[in-house]
Design a protein around this ligand. Structure first.
Ligand SMILES: O=P(O)(O)OC[C@H]1O[C@H](O)[C@H](O)[C@@H](O)[C@@H]1O
Length: 427
């Protein structure tokens, strides 16, 4: 991945090169802490070792046992978004569906619509306790039973070393993949959690890991030597000066989900102790015609992150004799998209609005591996600089307990708070 942080300097938020150099002095010690954590395989930091420690063989072996028309990944948050980012980005013969939400109409319509006898179900939960995932799995399993499909022949389990799902896999002798120790869900894209969907869809998971390894090699004690750290340190420095929002805006339809994955990574990891940066999801060029007005002329409280591949297959724009449109003829959709990318970058910079450019060669397995790993490393560095507990999510756990208490799954004080809701009702 290549990062260009030039437009993050000397804008409305006042980050200049001297201030960034000061942050760089702290990057050295932050990097040492990250390296120590990686060497110890400590919780969270272990995720940055995945390009070396993740063995693609078991994933490929389990995937080779299936030749499905469709894939249901039943999981939520980090147990779905990494895989979804990869399969959405790459052309695939397998229809990949992600059953993360528990919207009853949507789930049952999906089970009715898809041929379950040609579907593989991968139920993914690190903890094996997530209510949405287990409920959706039970619904899908029953739908398979009802359709006369032997679910045990078509189900893969991806989970931690023990728990409900591990017991289920053992009891029914299901193929099982491991969520590696020390790897939180939102950092698990380059583990079996993200890679099974890619492998069963025929993608090269070794190239995904190689992309991650290439970014890992560039991590160093200076932000000026590592694109991942350049991004993490710049985002942190801007956040400290008031960039409360990070608008992730890929210029590739195939990377729309990447912005969703990034949102979880950034929000859950860094939103702590009254700090953090709110991720916004945008898509170039579409959102130039929607959100860009705000990004350029609204509050100066944002970093806009522009992502693009430098190479892509292209489609020529046919010649036309329509007056006013002839300049488009002989050009291509790719050239138009690139011109829009550069115009947006310049338009933000001209208004003093900070933006960063991130580029990969192509949206392929290698490029995705680079991008996913680099954003994870950027996030870990940001967390070190901000001194937050990057790998926990206590605020999310609060809501989980409240919901569980409401459903009769135990006594939780959090559920009482739901019952005590204040009301001021207007009809
Ligand atoms: O993999 P699971 O244990 O089912 O967890 C799925 C998701 O659950 C929670 O919402 C956490 O905040 C997420 O970080 C996690 O990715």
């Amino acid at each position: 991945m290549h990062a260009d942080i030039g437009n993050a300097l000397d804008g409305a938020l006042g980050l200049d090169r001297a201030a960034l150099d000061d942050v760089d002095d702290r990057v050295a010690s932050a990097h040492e802490r990250v390296e120590r954590g990686r060497a110890d395989g400590a919780h969270g930091y272990a995720a940055l070792n995945l390009p070396e420690t993740c063995d693609p063989d078991p994933v490929e072996r389990v995937a080779a046992g299936f030749d499905p028309e469709s894939l249901f990944t039943v999981g939520i948050g980090g147990s779905a978004l990494g895989a979804a980012t990869i399969t959405d980005a790459l052309d695939s013969p397998v229809d990949a569906y992600y059953l993360d939400n528990v919207d009853p109409e949507w789930v049952s319509a999906l089970c009715d619509r898809v041929d379950l006898s040609e579907t593989v179900v991968n139920v993914v939960s690190r903890s094996g306790t997530t209510a949405e995932t287990l409920s959706n799995f039970l619904v899908v399993r029953e739908a398979m039973d009802d359709a006369g499909v032997d679910w045990t022949e078509r189900t893969v389990v991806t989970t931690g070393a023990e728990g409900n799902l591990r017991s289920l896999a053992d009891r029914h002798d299901l193929p099982a993949l491991d969520v590696p120790d020390g790897v939180p869900g939102r950092f698990s894209a380059l583990s079996p959690v993200g890679l099974f969907a890619a492998a069963v869809s025929g993608h090269d998971i070794e190239a995904l890991l190689a992309g991650g390894a290439a970014e890992a090699e560039k991590l160093s004690g200076s932000l000026y030597d590592s694109p991942a750290y350049a991004y993490g340190a710049t985002s942190y420095a801007l956040a400290e000066r008031g960039a409360a929002v990070d608008a992730m805006m890929p210029y590739a339809e195939s990377l729309e989900r990447f912005a969703e994955w990034f949102a979880q990574l950034w929000a859950e990891s860094l939103g702590k102790d009254g700090r953090g940066q709110t991720p916004a999801r945008a898509l170039g060029a579409t959102d130039q015609h929607s959100q860009l007005q705000l990004y350029r002329a609204g509050p100066a409280d944002k970093l806009v992150t522009l992502v693009r591949p430098t190479e892509r297959s292209d489609t020529p724009i046919p010649e036309t004799d329509l007056e006013g449109l002839s300049y488009l003829g002989g050009s291509s959709l790719g050239e138009l998209l690139d011109a829009e990318f550069r115009a947006t970058e310049a338009s933000l910079a001209a208004a003093g609005r900070e933006n960063v450019r991130l580029e990969v060669d192509r949206v392929d397995e290698r490029g995705l591996g680079e991008l996913l790993y680099a954003m994870e490393a950027a996030c870990v560095l940001y967390g070190e600089l901000a001194d937050v507990s990057t790998f926990t999510q206590p605020a999310v756990e609060w809501g989980k307990k409240a919901a569980r208490g409401l459903l009769g799954g135990g006594e939780f004080a959090e559920a009482d708070a739901v019952r005590d809701k204040r009301r001021l009702e207007i009809d």
